[in-house]
Design a protein around this ligand. Sequence first.
Ligand SMILES: Cc1ncc(COP(=O)(O)O)c(C=O)c1O
Length: 447
Amino acid sequence: MKVRQAIRVADSQPSRRDTRLDKYVEQYAARASGFQVSAVRALFAVANRPEVVSLAGGMPNIADLPQFEIGATISKLIAERGAQAMQYGSGQGEIFIREKIVEVMAAEAICANADDVVITCGSQQGLDLVSRIFCDPGDVVLAEAPSYVGALSIFGANQCEVVHVETDELGIVPDAVRQAVTTLRAAGRKVKFCYTIPTFQNPTGSCQSVQRRQELIAVAQEVDLLVLEDNPYGLLGFDREPLVALRAMDSERVIYLGSFSKTFAPGFRVGWVCAPHAVREKLVLLQEAATLCPPVFSQFAIAEYLENFDWRAQIRAFADMYRERRDAMLQALVEHMPPGTTWTHPSGGFYVWLTLPDGLDSQAMLPRAVSARVAYTPGTAFYADERGCENIRLSFCYPTPARIIEGVKRLGEAIRSEQETHAIFRTERTARPGRHGAVINPAPDIN
Ligand SMILES: Cc1ncc(COP(=O)(O)O)c(C=O)c1O
């Protein structure tokens, strides 16, 4: 009886730990302490309402894919080879799709073998696998200033420190890479690799010239540094043939990440890593541990698409559609932005990087913009440190040209009224604490 009573008392009185918001807090690994929900995520929930024009998301516009025909091909695949396509597969990924990927990479002068390729669950998983292979807590990764929010999240989750390197309109500055490596090594830090998006960068839209690429590779060779080239947008240029990839310039020093997310469809979650032999071995072992094998059905489906459809023509059609949207955005910016606002002029990809007039803060302004029914991603998301307050990333990939024009018009109004408030109250930009290893998770709609 006494025992039963005692149990009842214990049941009704939660322990000290149970009264906390998160009762598992003492069990988490050290790396989990850095995970943070994005401060702007709640606003993005509002931004997804139909009346709001979202210039925030990095979602490709795949509505023009021949969906009916793709569906028929996939039905046939299930009918004829379903038992194989729906089975477990190889940890490295299926050979037939790796052979196709070699053809895709040839468009950027990469000369690879199917054996150099490891299939991943989107290039996002490639970023994670490479980071986990190379980075111990406290190691340094160099990245463009600013850089892709999803990569910053992964580097943070793997407890490495991101050091941003000076970046101009042609991308990362090779001399600044040399300088950063020299200074960090002199201070006893381990610099594991330089992460770069050379072609139509996320978030700035910048594109490294061939000369800039050669200089970057020369510096990497000089200081013995690995380069992690992330290239989801490389085939989405508006005015020219694809540029030569960094990987094509030094296959032993460059680890290359590719993806079908922007050139076909992100829902299949198929990307790849093309890596030097020794690294590839480690990637396969880690991929087996992480997933047993990357999604087999998606690999079959994409291989069927590449085999049976004119994927090169489809990519050209995508690029034409995105060019029209870029043009709509650039023209609307000229018409609606107040003096003192500047922006980049991308020649491919999805993004424009905007700098606000003096004194304005993009994160502080976001509620006003959402009230004006337009959403954007504040520049702070793209820095691991406290920078980015004066910047905004605008995406032209998803909304129609008419919606883009309307969104930019609303943004112009929001900026003007923020300027008026600023002129009256002289609000100062607040210094942000920065991430310092904390992770701001990229929701799919802000990646
Ligand atoms: C630069 C960059 N890298 C990687 C990714 C992840 O792409 P996915 O995992 O869909 O291949 C994205 C997505 O927006 C990106 O912009």
